[in-house]
Ligand binder design. Structure first.
Ligand SMILES: O=C(O)C(=O)C[C@]1(C(=O)O)C=C[C@@H](O)C=C1
Length: 292
């Protein structure tokens, strides 16, 4: 099977794919929308994209594609520790304090905000499509003193020198990646990294109904359904119009979740199940962080 992912080689998404699908053919795409397009056009069987980071919150482009652009279920989720390092071209390894621009993915730059503020104050940063794209760019630009924030695999893959290790500001830095597929692929629940099952539901509230959110949450609460996430996002239909994404800590069943859906529909909510899937946690040990 072919697994598309946010590339190029050695992104954090690539690490998630290597852990989850070591035997499948991994196909890199430069952007998250490219991964979705490849899935829609059947170039690949599954796609793995980042969904949420513990420090930076949701990856909005992924959420928006899931909700507005595609109708492909989530079939799995994997959480990975994220360790960010500052790396330069080997020719510049003694000059990292003179870096003129720091390149990385916007989430990675934000995860290292304190480090950048303290150690490279005033140095401009440039966003790239991924951390590995930043590493690749720095490798191809030895004539400028540029830095990339990326992982260790990227330093090896693109031949860069790590000059500052573990520069993320908070030690609990993890990212959740989702697996999407049109096919009925079953992920191995017997793996030691398997942690449980969840169901993701998208809910649009009726407009102008007092207490609607309270009623929605009650439908879960009185059935004793545990929620692990609730988040609102703009509907993109006008200011103030939002939908909710709710993660329920259980597998879709034939009684409780259909009961919630029926109750919410009776309240004039629109409800869509985005997936009911196993989730996995890789390398759960806390990553080290440098104390600034
Ligand atoms: O750029 C990468 O390496 C990615 O896999 C993307 C991404 C993200 O979208 O948050 C994934 C994990 C890290 O949080 C930083 C970047």
């Amino acid at each position: 099977m072919k697994v598309g992912f946010l590339g190029p080689k050695a992104t954090f998404t690539d690490i998630a794919v290597r852990e989850m699908f070591p035997e499948e053919k991994a196909v890199p795409y430069l952007t998250i929308p490219d991964c979705f397009d490849a899935l829609i056009e059947d170039e690949i069987d599954m796609a793995v994209v980042p969904l949420e980071n513990a420090l930076e919150g949701s990856v909005n482009i992924t959420l928006d594609y899931l909700v507005h652009e595609v109708d492909i279920p989530i079939i799995g989720e994997v959480t990975c520790p994220i360790r960010q390092h500052l790396m330069v071209h080997p020719m510049n390894k003694d000059k990292w304090k003179e870096i003129g621009v720091v390149y990385s993915h916007s989430h990675a730059l934000a995860q290292c905000h304190k480090f950048l503020h303290k150690e490279l104050k005033g140095t401009p940063s440039e966003k790239t499509t991924s951390t590995a794209a930043a590493a690749q760019f720095v490798k191809e630009s030895p004539d400028i003193i540029a830095g990339a924030i990326a992982n260790e695999l990227a330093a090896t893959e693109y031949g860069l020198e790590i000059v500052q290790k573990d520069i993320h500001d908070v030690s609990y830095n993890h990212t959740r990646f989702i697996v999407l597929s049109k096919k009925k692929v079953r992920l191995h629940e017997e793996k030691s990294t398997y942690k449980g099952f969840k169901t993701t539901v998208m809910i649009t509230l009726p407009s102008d109904r007092a207490g609607a959110l309270h009623q929605v949450l009650s439908a879960f609460a009185w059935r004793k359904l545990n929620l692990s996430k609730i988040e609102s996002r703009p509907m993109k239909t006008g200011l103030g119009n939002y939908f909710f994404i709710i993660d329920v800590d259980m597998k879709q069943d034939e009684v409780l979740i259909p009961g919630v859906v029926a109750e919410l529909e009776a309240l004039d909510c629109q409800v869509k199940i985005l997936g009911s899937y196993p989730y996995f946690q890789i390398g759960s040990e806390k990553s080290r962080v440098q104390h600034l």
